[in-house]
Each structure stands twice: as structure tokens, then as C-alpha cells.
Design a protein around this ligand. Sequence first.
Ligand code: HEC
Length: 198
Amino acid sequence: MNQLKLSITLVLVLFALISCSKKDASGAADSAAPATASAAPAGTCNLVSTKDGSPLVIKVTDKDTPEAKQFLATCVNPYTKLYAKDAEAAKAGHKQFNFQGCSGCHGGNANGLMGPSIIDAQWEYPKHNTDKGMFETVAGGTNGKGATARGSMLTWHEQLPGHTGDGLDTDTILKITAWLRTQYVGGGATPWLDEKPQ
Ligand code: HEC
């Protein structure tokens, strides 16, 4: 009898914990967020610099969202699939794209100004058709060796030396790049919608 009570209590505690961590996940995404987002994922995504292929060291921090932690463990951006089917949620990424000044070089619709279009099939570096590759370029910047030679991208991640202004955290970069995917008009394959954990 006592053992039964104990098991019931344990199950209740577990439920309470699960609903708490769900609340922590970014509000709008609650029900649509992938189930794995609230679990602490094992593994590490080995990010590399677009400049020279050296390791891009970005650590998980206490303030990271479950989505940021999931990306840093698996190299898969959980917002990419979410935004593809939820235009309302994707607005968070669009807002940051404008707010952080990306639109100043890439245009309000990301179809190019002084910087290249990010929504066509012409990638400056082939790896930009993956979540990991696009994150690496936004987080760490480039040295201007892209296909259309439009200049270099700045470094944005707050943990990397030489970042722009206050810098951006992992979650903000993931939201912006996931929104960029929703704007894609280049046709052909869209491999970022089928990414598997690495
Ligand atoms: C000062 C101008 C400038 C700003 C501001 C800027 N970029 Fe860029 N961005 C560039 C240039 C120039 C390139 C091309 C880099 C290269 O070819 O090496 C680029 C390349 C990119 C690419 C790769 C595009 C492709 O077609 O392969 C992405 C993605 C990107 N930027 C995202 C962003 C995001 C997100 C922000 C805001 C956080 C931002 N950029 C802000 C100038 C800028």
C-alpha cells in the first residue's frame, strides 16, 4: 500500500516538473514545440567558423532557452520546422531581423541591398542550406570570400570576440535564421526542413 502511494506521488511530481519546464519554453511555441525541446539533450554540435574552419566555441548558458540548448546539442534549429507551419510564431524572428539591424544590409524582406539576398538559391557558402552552416555565418561572421563577393558578414554572437554591439544570444540567432527560411523563394530542394540530429 505504502509503495503504491509512493509511486503515485512520484508520478505526480514528474507531471508537475514536465508542466513547469513547458512553461519555460518560449510562450507562443508551447504546444507546437518539439517534444524533445524541454529535455536536456546530450551531445554537442561542433560548430566551425565560416572564416577559417576553426572551432566556433559557443557554450550553453543558464539563460539559454530549451530550443537553444537543443540546437547546441544536435545542430538542428527547432524553430525552422515550427515557423514553417506557424506564420504567427515566425513573426518573432522577423521582428528580430529588423530590430537587430540585419535589414540595413540585407533589406527588410532579406532579398538583398548592400548585403546579398538570403532568400534565393544563391548561397554565399554552400553550407548555408543547413541550419548549422547558416548559424555559423551569423554567429561568427565571414571574411568576405562568399560566391558573390559582397563583402564580409559581421560577428554577432555575444560569446565570440569582436561581436557587433551587445551581441546576440543563441536563441535570437536561431529565431532570425528560422524566419529567413520561411521567406525562401529559390525553389528546388529545402534540406533544412528535413534535418536530423548530428
Ligand atoms: C554591415 C552589413 C551587414 C549586416 C548589418 C548584416 N549582414 Fe549578413 N551579410 C553581409 C554580407 C556582406 C554578407 C556576405 C558575406 C560573404 O560573402 O562572406 C552577408 C551574408 C549573410 C548570410 C549568408 C547569405 C547567403 O546568401 O549565403 C546570412 C544568412 C546573413 N548574412 C544573415 C545576417 C543576419 C541574420 C544579420 C543580422 C543579425 C545580418 N546578416 C546583418 C552584410 C551584413
